[in-house]
Design a protein around this ligand. Structure first.
Ligand SMILES: [Zn+2]
Length: 349
């Protein structure tokens, strides 16, 4: 152990530990642990980062390692803890932090406003408080909920929510001592964010079919099942009204979406009224519909020139899992499985 004492601060978010006397439930604590390989480590319980395991070696190296996004690592760990209560994230080497997929975190101001409203509602509900009770921001534990860089960023989002009249805020000049209550309009907004109820076990796969994607389809389906979810893949050769209704319904109840943007060879036969193949408009439509319902979309695409050159620029920015026929059953399965388990945890099936 470090000098026989507990470490002084969280290595990810830099929160300082309090002395044993001052400590309250939920404050930063370190429990000595050992990795299966026998490396000395700590199980850390941090009010900002949640619970994680870190080896002593990484703990010592972290302050000098150049990690530009520590606040995102902290927010990511916090989200991970929510879905993996019994199985904390393990940081055995610095690279374990570099592998985190930040695309699951709120990014835009709109995302952050929504994330904070939901976090405020959960705070009230989990503590069995009255709907109009005051919520204090002083301990900054809403920072990871919105992946904020600092307490000031949190307070700026609070100010925006107040100007939208979703909360009434009691803001002090430097933010210290700031608090808010959720307004009636705020609770309405929270309801509308939550209105789209998922069944918690369905995963919708947005893709188009022909022989070239048959194997992909089989593997995606196997992986989703292995992760404890029920894959829904609807054949859309005939994109007729009743199928569309079913598609939209399945997306509404899905826990999340897997969208594959692989392009099929274009078939521009003049005898058909519609060009077949090419970029998959249906997949873009379904993924966009899911996004609009605040569902998370895992993006995949075949690693070939034709598909990648036709990706819309909005999708190009997104961290996607690429695949080749050789990866199916191997590398691709591992990547997709770990993405699903990291972001959503094990499903109920
Ligand atoms: Zn922390």
């Amino acid at each position: 152990m470090l000098n026989g004492n507990e470490p002084p601060q969280c290595p990810v978010c830099d929160i300082r530990a309090k002395s044993q006397k001052e400590r309250l439930p939920g404050d930063l604590i370190f429990v000595p642990a050992e990795t299966p390989e026998g490396m000395a480590s700590y199980k850390v319980q941090c009010p900002s980062c949640g619970v994680f395991v870190i080896t002593e070696d990484v703990y010592k190296d972290l302050p000098t390692a150049k990690l530009p996004n520590k606040h995102l690592c902290s927010a990511w760990l916090y989200q991970y803890t929510k879905t993996h209560q019994k199985d904390p994230f393990k940081i055995y080497e610095i690279d374990d932090l570099r592998k985190m997929d930040f695309s699951i975190l709120p990014k835009t101001v709109t995302d952050k406003k929504e994330a904070l409203m939901i976090a405020l509602a959960e705070f009230i509900e989990n503590k069995n408080k009255a709907y109009t009770d005051i919520i204090h921001f002083k301990d900054g534990h809403f920072i990871p909920e919105i992946a904020a860089k600092s307490f000031d960023e949190l307070i700026s989002i609070v100010r925006l929510l107040a100007s939208d009249e979703l909360i009434t805020s009691h803001l002090t000049l430097n933010g210290e001592g700031s608090a808010c209550t959720i307004t009636s309009k705020g609770w309405e907004r929270i309801d509308s964010y939550r209105k789209v109820k998922t069944d918690g076990k369905t995963v919708f796969v947005a893709m188009w079919f022909d022989k070239t994607t048959e194997l992909y389809r089989k593997h995606v389906s196997d992986i989703i099942l292995k992760c404890g979810y029920n894959p829904i893949i609807i054949d859309q050769h005939d994109y007729e009204g009743y199928i569309m209704d079913q598609v939209l319904h399945q997306i509404k109840i899905a826990k999340f979406i897997v969208a594959d943007y692989t392009v099929m060879p274009e078939d521009d036969n003049k005898e058909h009224p519609k060009v077949k193949g090419g970029s998959r408009g249906g997949v873009y439509f379904e993924a966009g519909f899911a996004k609009g319902l605040n569902k998370k979309v895992i993006v995949t695409c075949k690693n070939d020139e034709g598909s990648k050159r036709r990706l819309h620029f909005d999708i190009e920015q997104i961290n996607r899992i690429e695949w080749t026929d050789e990866d199916l059953g191997g590398k691709f399965n591992e990547k997709l499985e770990s993405r699903i388990l990291n972001v959503f945890g094990k499903g109920p099936l």
